[in-house]
Write a protein that binds this ligand. Structure first.
Ligand SMILES: Cc1cc2nc3c(=O)[nH]c(=O)nc-3n(C[C@H](O)[C@H](O)[C@H](O)COP(=O)(O)OP(=O)(O)OC[C@H]3O[C@@H](n4cnc5c(N)ncnc54)[C@H](O)[C@@H]3O)c2cc1C
Length: 511
């Protein structure tokens, strides 16, 4: 017989959040501000999930995140959710965001473009490069903006708008809700090279233009281009730390090295959670953890309606990521390298994605955060990340494969920065296995469920589950992945817990 651990009840909380990724922390801090007694339980020794940072020697690295949007005061109607959250919990002065413009460089065979943040500058730049397509570029980019604004309106209105009103008030959203980026873009532009450039940031959502939801794409692109592109001074760990500060300012608690083993259900409703034999009581749990882990390991599938599970079983999760963390003393500034450079050897992103799926590394993004935040490395030195998507199944022997993958990625980086290999002061690799180990995301998935048209909007796992008192916040739930997406998810979960229908009402309550 197995050893039975005694249950020791610690205390009752209004809300317990499992996981301190940005989605979980957003909900936790907002609910603490709303007056709820709050406990966050985090498996790792620090907050942030994929936004956490780590130090090696004299160098500060981000584990994953390079660039985010939504943290400035201005932008498109309905955006700025990170800014509004930090404002609501009173910590805007505790954090500094560095605006990045141009927000990235795109490198293709025979072509290099620095993509500007401003929508008109973006249209002008692409029109200059592809003059015959100028009209299409303008219409397509403006459609993306219209969609981003309609999405924000939809989040405000959905509960009260009827079907006809949706068609009338959100015509683009209604028309394109089932479309991919490629399906829509090719109605406006014809040159495959232009389609490639327009889709340069597809790795940010983990899917090529032929598969990614046009609606989700539009919110991502307009986020960076209109809401603004930002790096967080001190690294993205500071964003997590600042949300924790807001949480604690409102008497919320966070416990590290506290992996939740079980969510306790009695009479079909949540009554608490278990951590290493200790019971914490609550009627409301928000899981920021992996979907499968939550449903199958922490709750137990027997508590969910079969239809919910059948739907979830059909859903596809995103690829994982391989990152090479580098410190170097090569003079990157003098070489005119951008904060982030996407380096492709082929204009065909379907081909690029398909090679990625097969475990073949043909492209990278190269990020140098110390260019905008020199304090991340000693003077004259830089920290750099080489990133590519990869499936968890690419190998069964990540430890043995790591050096080979790192070498391949360095070879691609060397084309952009000749001599880099001779100027390495520190190098370390993070594989899909590493991603899974540090965040418990299934197979190291970088963005939760893929954001295909069939897995976004009402078709995504919603923030409220069929179990009374159980909610999701984070990239496995609505609306989707990326730091901005999970921040919105945290806000939506908060609204569900507080039964506040409109986002504008939530901000008014939390003033
Ligand atoms: C390498 C990489 C680079 C990326 N770059 C960007 C970028 O530049 N911009 C961008 O917007 N997005 C980026 N993303 C995506 C983005 O980081 C994620 O979509 C987002 O941060 C996920 O947040 P989340 O709230 O869902 O929680 P996660 O970050 O997934 O964190 C979940 C947390 O829950 C904890 N947890 C899990 N299970 C338990 C348990 N049982 N008990 C207690 N705690 C538990 C984990 O330890 C973890 O801290 C990147 C992702 C990766 C992997």
């Amino acid at each position: 017989m197995g050893k039975i651990r005694a249950r020791k009840t610690v205390r009752q909380y209004d809300v317990i959040v499992i996981g301190s990724g940005i989605g979980g922390l957003t909900s936790a801090a907002l609910l603490a501000k709303a007056g709820k007694s709050l406990l966050v339980l985090e498996a790792h020794d620090r907050p942030g999930g994929y936004a956490h940072g780590f130090k090696r020697k004299k160098y500060h690295f981000d584990s994953g995140v390079h660039l985010i949007s939504g943290c400035g005061p201005g932008g498109y109607n309905g955006g700025q959710v990170i800014y509004k959250t930090l404002q609501a919990i009173g910590v805007l002065d505790d954090i500094e965001f560095i605006n990045i413009n141009p927000f990235s460089d795109a490198h293709y065979p025979g072509l290099k473009l620095s993509l500007p943040q401003n929508i008109n500058d973006f249209i002008t730049l692409l029109s200059k490069q592809f003059p015959k397509e100028a009209e299409g570029i303008k219409s397509l980019t403006e459609l993306c903006l219209q969609l981003a604004e309609e999405i924000a309106l939809a989040e405000e209105m959905m509960t009260e708008a009827d079907y006809n009103a949706v068609q009338q008030l959100m015509p683009a959203l209604y028309k394109y809700r089932k479309s991919t980026l490629a399906e829509v873009a090719t109605k406006f532009i014809t040159d495959p090279k232009l389609l490639a450039v327009f889709s340069t940031h597809w790795p940010y959502l983990g899917l090529p233009p032929s598969q990614v939801s046009f609606v989700y794409w539009s919110t991502m692109l307009m986020g960076y281009m209109v809401d603004g592109s930002y790096y967080c001074k001190g690294g993205f760990q500071q964003l997590a730390n600042t949300l924790v500060k807001g949480l604690e300012d409102y008497k919320g608690e966070i416990r590290y090295r506290s992996k939740v083993d079980k969510i306790i259900i009695e009479d079909g409703r949540v009554v608490g959670v278990m951590v290493k034999g200790q019971q914490f009581n609550t009627n409301t749990v928000i899981s920021n953890a992996d979907f499968k882990q939550t449903v199958y390991n922490m709750v137990g599938e027997q508590y969910f309606p079969p239809r919910y599970l059948q739907r979830a079983k059909k859903m596809q999760h995103s690829l994982s990521i391989f990152v090479v963390y580098i410190a170097t003393n090569i003079d990157i500034k003098a070489m005119g390298i951008a904060h982030e450079s996407f380096c492709y050897q082929d204009y065909d992103h379907d081909k690029n994605y398909s090679r990625t799926q097969g475990g073949d590394i043909s492209w990278i993004s190269l990020t140098v955060p110390s260019l905008v935040d020199p304090e991340l490395a000693p003077s004259g030195e830089h920290v750099m990340m080489l990133t590519t998507l990869l499936p968890y199944q690419a190998t069964e022997q990540w430890k043995q494969q790591k050096p080979i993958i790192m070498q391949t990625m360095l070879d691609i980086a060397e084309k952009l920065i000749p001599g880099l290999k001779n100027h390495l002061l520190y190098i370390e690799g993070g594989s899909p296995d590493t991603m899974q180990r540090y965040t418990q995301n299934h197979q190291g998935s970088a963005y939760g469920w893929d954001v295909t048209p069939a897995q976004v909007g009402p078709a995504r796992i919603q923030n409220q589950t069929p179990i009374q008192g159980l909610y999701f916040a984070g990239h496995w739930a609505s609306p989707g992945g990326g730091v901005y997406g999970v921040s919105v998810s945290g806000v939506q979960a908060t609204q569900k817990v507080l039964a506040v229908e409109k986002q504008s009402q939530l901000w008014a309550i939390l003033k």
